[in-house]
Design a binder for this molecule. Structure first.
Ligand SMILES: [Zn+2]
Length: 151
């Protein structure tokens, strides 16, 4: 499989059945775009043009597509940004996913240190047990017994 780093564009009325690699077909009439996955796997990727889908940028020479194209439904799982006719490979994780993963990692660390602090001894000095009356009585009894024995 040959990764593509550039993408041409072709404005068409209908996206043809057989499409060429390295070409982004744009149908303004039907508000859709299609191309073969830029990783070279040969799968057709359709990116609908809509406020909730993709946006097309055309500077007169090259096209840009936003947001990035993430082919999570394809076996290749490729992810790239089409910007000014160039394919910028973005890796398997989007920035948002990394941010979420990083936040989760931070939270896990925070929880870990919180759990550790519970195991630390309390800061205040533990109070001594109150003097035992029982022991006092025993001591008195012992004294009595000792005085009787010696006396
Ligand atoms: Zn692919």
């Amino acid at each position: 499989m040959v990764k593509l780093y550039t993408l041409r564009y072709e404005f068409v009325e209908f996206v043809p059945e057989q499409i060429e690699p390295g070409v982004l077909y744009i149908s303004v009439q039907y508000k859709t775009m299609a191309h073969l996955c830029c990783c070279g796997c040969g799968k057709k990727v359709v990116t609908p043009l809509s406020p909730t889908g993709w946006e097309l940028g055309f500077n007169g020479r090259a096209v840009s597509v936003s947001p990035s194209v993430g082919n999570w439904n394809l076996p290749c799982q490729s992810h790239y940004v089409i910007s000014n006719g160039r394919v910028q490979w973005a890796g398997r994780w989007s920035k948002e996913m990394i941010a979420t993963g990083f936040a989760r990692d931070l939270q896990a660390k925070h929880d870990y240190y919180n759990a550790l602090s519970y195991r630390e001894p309390p800061a205040e000095t533990p109070s001594l047990p109150p003097p035992s009356r029982k022991r006092g009585r025993l001591a008195t009894k012992f004294k009595e017994w000792w005085s009787r024995r010696s006396g």
